[in-house]
Write a protein that binds this ligand. Structure first.
Ligand code: A2P
Length: 339
């Protein structure tokens, strides 16, 4: 039996990836409903070789749908949650709207699939930076609990949506042509530049993205004792995040053991060639499902601590792929997340 699947935000950076992931993983879709704002109504997008017309999202859009994949921002998710759930349609939400709400599972299928199975109508897809970090950290944490994480992130434009990706391209072109360019989507010039993450600042000086990494990691790992701090930075890369993680364990964890664990972890690929100083880069990982890991080394400044380099496609494992995997676990009873 197939399902009627809706995509909310179908014309966006993640929305387009939802379609590709559903297609590629052969999710049993009988009918696909593409939803966006009035601006995009009438646009045609290809799915399995056929054009589907985008329609304007409204409160009746979910009638007859079994699954709705949302990526149109937290405001839209809040506004349409009730209509979606009332229609008996499972909402898998890529926004931050419900992630920390009690009773809403926050799921990375390789880590806490049982939470997805216990949903009550809504599954929250975690923040992209958090998913990518935890894909490498959770398998290690299961063997030796992590005491503290210090993260420095190098985040791509895709996390800020399609318009931010276009702005990076247009700004770079203008820079190379020596032309004036005023950014409209991101707060600062992006070409040949980097800046602290553009999410809102909080009172303690952390931006929301950094707070998400702390709170969401604790919820997904079901462990409130882990101490986490981070600095999130936007770098002029189109679609793949990189993260330098300094990880203190409660007991010794050798470099060799960490490699061994991560080599057999689902959804993780170890890529490195020390002799050639070759580690995962965004250009290796863009378009790939797995999160790539390398450069694991002992922190010489402190016991029981490793430095780990992690790279993941923000639009895939950081967003669309993880969301579809959540639906697979909840609706199709798939055990793990592998493609
Ligand atoms: P639209 O293209 O019609 O603006 P991104 O994350 O790449 O910025 O994409 C955001 C997605 O959310 C787009 O598909 C966008 O559609 C959609 N969206 C934005 N505002 C609304 C709205 N009011 N109703 C429905 N979809 C919306």
């Amino acid at each position: 039996m197939g399902y009627t699947v809706a995509i909310v935000g179908a014309t966006g950076a993640v929305g387009v990836e939802f379609m590709r992931v559903l297609e590629r993983r052969n999710f049993p879709v009988d009918k696909l409903v593409l939803l966006a704002s009035k601006r995009s109504a009438g646009t045609k997008l290809a799915f399995k070789g056929k054009d589907i017309t985008v329609t304007e999202l409204n409160h009746d859009s979910f009638a007859g749908c079994h699954l709705a994949l949302f990526s149109a921002g937290a405001k839209i998710s809040r506004e349409y949650r009730a209509s979606c759930v009332k229609a008996g349609c499972l909402m898998v939400d890529n926004s931050s709207a419900f992630r920390m709400e009690d009773g809403v599972p926050l799921v990375v299928p390789e880590i806490n699939p049982d939470a997805a199975r216990a949903h009550k109508g809504v599954i929250a897809n975690p923040n992209c930076t958090t998913i990518i970090a935890l894909m490498a950290l959770a398998p290690l944490h299961r063997v030796v609990p992590i005491r503290r994480l210090v993260a420095a992130t190098y985040q791509a434009a895709s996390g800020a949506g399609h318009a931010a990706m276009e702005e990076l391209k247009d700004g770079t072109k203008a820079y190379l042509e020596g032309k004036e360019f005023t950014p409209k989507v991101l707060p600062h010039p992006y070409a040949f530049n980097l800046f602290p993450h553009n999410s809102p600042m909080t009172d303690n000086g952390y931006c929301e993205e950094e707070i998400k990494l702390l709170k969401e990691s604790r919820k997904i790992l079901a462990d409130d004792t882990i101490r986490i701090t981070g600095t999130c930075v936007r770098v002029p890369v189109l679609r793949t995040h990189a993260e330098a993680l300094n990880v203190e364990f409660t007991k010794p964890m050798s470099v060799e053991r960490a490699y061994e664990i991560l080599r057999s972890a689902p959804g993780v690929t170890v890529l490195e060639d020390r002799a050639k100083n070759r580690w995962p880069m965004p250009t290796d990982v863009a378009g790939k499902d797995d999160v790539y890991v390398g450069r694991i080394r002992k922190d010489l400044s402190q016991d029981n601590t490793l430095d780990i380099w992690v790279v993941g496609d923000q639009l895939l494992k950081g967003a669309a792929l993880n969301a579809v995997q959540c639906a697979e676990v909840a609706m199709l009873g798939k055990l793990a997340a592998a493609g």
